[in-house]
Every structure is written in C-alpha cells, then in structure tokens.
Write a protein that binds this ligand. Sequence first.
Ligand code: GLU
Length: 487
Amino acid sequence: MKTDKRASGQKDRIKTRMAPSPTGKLHVGGLRTALYNYLFAKQNKGGEFWLRIEDTDRARFAPGATEEIFAMLKWAGLNWDGEPVVQSKRLEIYQKYAQQLVDSDHAYYCFCTPEELEKRRAEQQAKKQPPRYDGKCRNLSALEVKEKSASNLPRVIRYKVPASKTVEFDDGVYGKIKYNSNDVDDQILLKSDGYPTYHLAVVVDDHEMGITHVLRGEEWLPSTPKHILLYQAFGWQPPVYCHLPNILGQNKKKLSKREGDASVEDFKNKGYLPEALINYIALLGWNPGTEQEIFSLSELVKQFDINKLHKAGAIFDGKKLDNINGQYIRKLKSKEVINFCRPYLTEIYGDALQNYSDEYVASVVTLEQERLKKLSDITASTQFFFTDNLEYDAKLLIWKKSDKTAMSDNLTIIKQKLADMGEWDKPNLEKEILQFIKDKKLTNGEALWPLRVALSGQENSPGPFEIAAILGKQESLRRIKAAVDKL
Ligand code: GLU
C-alpha cells in the first residue's frame, strides 16, 4: 500500500510522533519506532517529528524515565521538533473532549465499582464468556446519572461503542484490517481521578497535534479499531497507521525490556556508537533491497521507504551489530577512539592508569582499534599492557612441534639481540628479528610465537613487533627473561 500521502483532501505536510510511556528505560524497539518516525518525517519536505510523553498511567510512571528517554534519543541523534507534549499537563483537554462525547451520546457515565466489575468478570469467566463490560450503566436515565453524581459516587466515562458496525482501515504494513464493533468493549475513556485512558488521550492528541502518520509497535494493532471508532465519534479524520512488527530475540520471542541488554542505555554503556546502533536498528524491519549495509543517518533519511516495511518480526542479531559497530570504530580518528576508550580503562585501573603516560595509553588503544567490536572490549583485550605480572602457562610458549629447550634458546638469543639494538621501534625490531630467523634458518613460528607469548601471555594478540614497540625496551626484555625463566 502507498502510505506516503494521506487520504485525499488532507494536508500533505507529514507530521509523525513517538509517544513513549515513561515506565522505564528506552528499549531498542522504542528506538526503532522513534527512528522510523524520524526518517519518514525528515524525508518529506517540511516534515516534522514530535515527541509526546504518555504519562497518564500514574501507577506505572517511573521517575526519571522521561529524562532518560530524552537523553537516549539525543545520544542517538534523533532530534525532535518543538517542545515535547506531556499528557499529564493536558488533563482539562481530555476532560473537555470526554464530556463532548457524553453530550453527543457517544459516551456515558459509569458508576460500577471495581469490586462489582471484578465480580461480574469472574461470573463471565465461569460461563466461559469473554471478559468485557456488560453495559450496566449504558442506559441510565438522565435523572439516575444526576442522582448518583449528586451523591458523589466515583464515576468514569465509557465509550458507547456502536453496535454491529464494520471498522475498516488500511494499515501501512499489515494491509486491510476489518473488525466488527461488536468485538470492541465499551472502553473507559476518562478514569474516576480525571485522568484519561491511553485510548482517549492518544486519539485527542494525535488529532490536536495534527499527526498524519502513526508508526508504532504491532502490540497496538488490536487497539486501532477502538481509536478509529473514536475518530468517527468525534467526526475527525484518522491518521495513516503503520504497525511495526516486534523485534525478536534469538528464541524468536519478543525482545523484552526485562532482558537487560535490550535497553538503549546498556548498548551505550557497552560502547556501541550511536551511529552504528541506529544503522543496525534501521535494518530491523526494513532493507534497501541492495547489498548496502552501512548507512549514515542522512543516507537513511534519503533511502528509507515506508512502503517497504517488513511484516515479519526481525531477529536481533548481536553479531551483526558487533560487526557494524566494529566498522564504525575503525572509521574513527585514533584521537576519538582514545577519548572514548579511556573511561573504560579508568573504570578498571582507577588512579593506577596514571602510572602510564598518555602516549602509552594512546598507542595501546590505537593498536586495538582494528579489532574492537565495542569500546568496552578495550579492557579485556589490552590487560597485558597494564600489568607487570603476566600469568600464563609455560606450555603456551611452545610452538607446535618444538620443545622447551629450543624455545628457551631462541628467546635467549632474541633477548641478547634486542638488548644490543639501537633505536627501539617497530621497523628496527622487525628487521633485527627477521634477520635472526634467517641466520638461524628457523621458521617464523619458532621465533615469533614464543616472543609474542612472552610479551603478551595470550594465545591471540597483536604481533610481537607492535607489542614490543609499545612496551619499550626495558619492559620487553624483562618479559622475555621471565619467559625464559618459566621454560
Ligand atoms: N504510549 C504508547 C507506548 O508506550 C504509545 C502507543 C502509540 O504510539 O500510540 O508504546
């Protein structure tokens, strides 16, 4: 379906929104919703992307969540237009509209108490009927309403869902959707505390804000008929809806907020770059139809196509994200990687990091830049640079079919040669050791393997010349000696 223009007669300036409930941290699914709304708005001339904080469910409200959502969207580079709309500041507006529906006989006051409702729900369940409001207060007379209200009984406003009406809409992702209004419950629109429910607030706000397209999670698809019915009651034109399929975990179940690593903040803390996370997330539910995998935000704005959203849930693939993130890290200037990595090292070593010069830290980080998948990897992969006590098994020093004596002999000569070497840098180290290999008619492995292990204590690491150049003469010789002693 073509979703890029509203039904005829509507203004064509695109206005989208993201409407998070501040109940916890921003989830990657929420970030994708924000991203798609942003991309679609920004690729249209004059298009706007707005934020709305849906904080009318006070029981689930989490202090600090709104600020966290703002901070994560900013970190991701998804800047919004205007001031965010905050629902809890607009109670009078929802009350006015709810009253309007009562006055036009599209809604009614309901005085049923939670206890009564619970009891009737249990009865319905016992009879295996679907639990729904039984319409007890639907047809109260004006007098009854007046009397009950006068005695200050708590009351809510419910939507008087019209009977046997076909509700149809064309979802941008799922296509034509048809419901019968008989399957829609008489929703509460306004609660007894004067707060609107989500259903009323979302319709009023999308209308008042002039939202033209709603891109939101698929979990809201079943609510959409309720919303369309409300638009009809108000006599308003609904926006175009596009419901986005869930992002799935490896177990094919919805990636949940409760799985700690699904929060955007966690990805940030682990050292994923915002550009990389955005790039990866853009591909969870859309693809350009070409081989291209790396996209900047502005390229995404150009290429994103709302008509090519996938219907099937996308599986979150941490390896692919790591791969993309690694590509972004490699593109950074080494100064940037150093600045980004330093806090992770400081977190591990604290003040002890100051025992190492800035230049030393910089060369360690620069050496690792090629292999980092995420910035936090810097600590594990460079540990051997920040210790004077390498722990490893002597067996690791032995190359393939070689033996202790040969390794010990080779390292002893290498140590001697390096001790006599002039300028201590990578080209000289390389020259000196390769010459030694040639003279002694050794294979590369017989000399380079034990040397690399002596310097790093690791099975995998950068090459011995790079490591020795950074460690410096004294420390390198000390480590080689320690290895010989081990053998
Ligand atoms: N407040 C809802 C949420 O947290 C937004 C639903 C919508 O976009 O209409 O997902």
